[in-house]
Design a protein around this ligand. Structure first.
Ligand SMILES: Nc1nc2c(ncn2[C@@H]2O[C@H](COP(=O)(O)OP(=O)(O)O)[C@@H](O)[C@H]2O)c(=O)[nH]1
Ligand SMILES: [Mg+2]
Length: 229
């Protein structure tokens, strides 16, 4: 079997402090993927660091949100058979990437990172992650064990066939539920939960209502016809 032609996509906003290390660790993998960083209007040195560490860079002039950044990245990476998304802030260990690829090579179309629930995870996050994952599982037709985690592998067909409208952090929820409903095979890879000195850009007043709004929309909208396999 020929290995999958993989690209790594790193959405980055104000990520200069940790991005270099993520890119170094990606470059050290046994089969080094093509790497695209989408710099979403950062005012720090994110784009500079990305270039210094050898990544391809796509920059937005102003901040548009993680959903927009991922869609722009997927469009640029449409010639790859699969795209692995991982965060720029070091919370997604690059060393786990081969496990995502192995799951896809074993037949999965969408591979979701599943963070271990540890005491390190802030209690509000623990609750939000459990609650939203249970909700997504109830409406998606397949288990979705970590609906918010951005460490994922998407096969090209998933990216071509799954409609997405989300612009910010609700993008992960939307893609997991919609792809699952279309009948794409979902698998999970366990990843460690990493909290260090990174600063989350998720705003409880702006982003939590958007995520809940997306789950409500997905709950009440008509179900699509599953794809012919
Ligand atoms: N492109 C883009 N990336 C973003 C934006 N906000 C956050 N990110 C990136 O998305 C990833 C996850 O964001 P983060 O704020 O750490 O979320 P959390 O880990 O869920 O608290 C990181 O790689 C960020 O650099 C944004 O507005 N645009
Ligand atoms: Mg983070």
């Amino acid at each position: 079997m020929t290995p999958l032609n993989i690209a790594a996509l790193v959405p980055a906003y104000q990520a200069a402090a940790h991005l270099g290390e993520v890119l170094l660790r990606l470059a050290a993998l046994p089969s080094r993927p093509h790497v695209l960083v989408v710099d979403d209007g950062s005012r720090d040195a994110t784009a500079l660091v990305a270039r210094q560490f050898g990544a391809d860079v796509h920059s937005f002039a102003a901040n548009r949100g993680k959903g927009h950044a991922l869609l722009a990245g997927f469009e640029r990476l449409r010639d790859f058979e699969a795209v692995v998304t991982l965060d720029a802030d070091g919370q997604h260990p690059p060393e786990c990437l081969p496990a995502f690829v192995a799951a896809a090579e074993a037949g999965a179309d969408l591979v979701l990172g599943r963070r271990e629930i540890t005491p390190e995870m802030p209690p509000a996050r623990r609750f939000a992650n459990r609650f939203s994952s249970a909700w997504c599982t109830a409406i998606a037709g397949q288990p979705i064990s970590d609906s918010q985690c951005g460490y994922r592998l998407y096969r090209r067909e998933v990216l071509l066939r799954t409609p997405v409208r989300a612009s910010r952090y609700e993008v992960e929820t939307e893609m997991a539920v919609r792809a699952s409903r279309l009948g794409f095979r979902v698998a999970h890879v366990d990843i460690p939960t990493v909290y260090g000195d990174e600063v989350s850009h998720l705003s409880p007043t702006r982003d939590v209502p958007r995520i809940v709004g997306m789950m409500l929309r997905l709950t009440f909208e008509p179900r699509p016809q599953p794809k012919e396999s």
